[in-house]
Design a protein around this ligand. Sequence first.
Ligand code: NDP
Length: 256
Amino acid sequence: GILDSLKIMKRFENQVAIVTGAGRGIGEAIASRLAAEGAKIAVVSRTEANSQKTADALNASAPDTARPYAVDVADFDAVQKTGAQILADFGRADVLVNNAGITRDTLTMRMTSEDWDLVIDTNLKGAFNFTRAVLRTMVKQRSGRIINIGSVSGLLGLAGQANYAASKAGLAGLTKTLARELAGRGITANVIAPGFIETDMTASLSDAIKEGALAQIPQNRMGAGADIAAAVAFLASAEAAYITGQVLAVDGGMSM
Ligand code: NDP
């Protein structure tokens, strides 16, 4: 994989990264990339089992790298508590990756109020909730990196994803606002918009939908979690200090 073929830099030694949705999929890939570059990781997932699994794997590669936290990112009060616990455990917060996300796809004509709220509350409000929990600390540190995981769906709109596309487009507005509010405090905020990535989220799609999606991708293949993790690591690094308020598509050309 990418990690083996690169001479991995250690850009995040003495830094703490919080990655939500790190129990599997893209978030797990992001957590392992940042850990490989020396970061300590707060592994946040909805379930105890998956947050523990990823933390165990990271600690097996490098002892005392990761701690697991199980929380529903959509729950403001619970997230403030988890954020406070992470800050108590690690003492600082350098990188926040708001990656936790879900889909509840259906045509707008059939979409229920519950389908709408659950996706917006998880994908969009979840990013606000975690940002709110660590922002004061980043402002005091006068440094920080906030990276929100959007989607090509938020850039293009995709049939069946009114709730999801709105949540991901909303993340761009949140992120650009954070970028402006925090520009003078050494904190950057950016969105990475993945295209079609091989995870549980896409595994459940029908073959017809997968073939339709591939036809829209100039590179004609799906991406891997590691492709997203590489872009996250760049935006989280000191080298990306002058990049803020951007939406970077990592999608094999799908959204250009
Ligand atoms: P997966 O479904 O594979 O994993 C989702 C992760 O998010 C899991 O770790 C899950 O926790 C966690 N999660 C879900 N809901 C909550 C919640 N309410 N509170 C806390 N954690 C939660 O998704 P992907 O890895 O595919 O997607 C990751 C991100 O990338 C999402 O934001 C998604 O929208 C985005 N994305 C994905 C694309 C793709 O093609 N896969 C394309 C574009 C964007 P647990 O494991 O504990 O259940």
